[in-house]
Design a protein around this ligand. Sequence first.
Ligand SMILES: [Zn+2]
Length: 253
Amino acid sequence: MSQTKQTEFEGIVFFRRNYRERDMLVKILTDHFGFKMFFIRGARKRGFRLSAAILPFTQASYVGAVSEDGLSFINAVKESTQYRQILNNIELNAYVSYIFELANAAFGESKPLGAWFNQLQQAAVLIDQGIDPAIITNIIEIRLLTYFGVQPNLHDCVICHRTDRVFDFSESYGGLLCQQHWSVDPHRLQLDRRTIYFLQVFSQLNLFNIHSIKVSQATKIKLRRTLNRIYDNQVGLKLKSRRFLEEMKIWPA
Ligand SMILES: [Zn+2]
């Protein structure tokens, strides 16, 4: 028998799928246990008592039996609220699904996320409130890179360590190059000052400090292209939710 503990926790429903005739498997981002899969017996039956609390993008205080390595169970729900805009808007839904899937890939299953739970929750709050989801996504992507073992130096020139020059980004050198050292990498990304500036700011940004943010469409496209390259070439993830964003032409391109 694997260990289970009856406990109360906060969580956000991330996705769910039907299981057997009457049941569901529901993935929840939890505050204490990270990403967990829950087996919900009878979830597909009409009038199921917890049905509202296991809708996607619902946040609730759950009481359940959480297993360390096997399936977990929910027995009761105390308070629940829904991220309504996200639930009802396919684009917002696609962005948050990608953010959560990316975080799930970064942290894996059943690993407590600490302060990252609050950051991911705040990402959902901000997107639900109408803050640009493409930007929130960029911030999360940059900040998660380190969990994939990629730590671009966005602080100074990787060669001379000056901070007061015009910069470009080099994948092969793993960070910024000042104008004087552009020649070392003919494949540098040819980024402009604003894009570099946002990469630098986003890499340090706590989502609780965002109240509004405005980035031009041209810069959003460059940020998107840069992060695609870093994720494709250095992280090497193929996420379903990202393919969906691309195929639906939802994100900047
Ligand atoms: Zn330099």
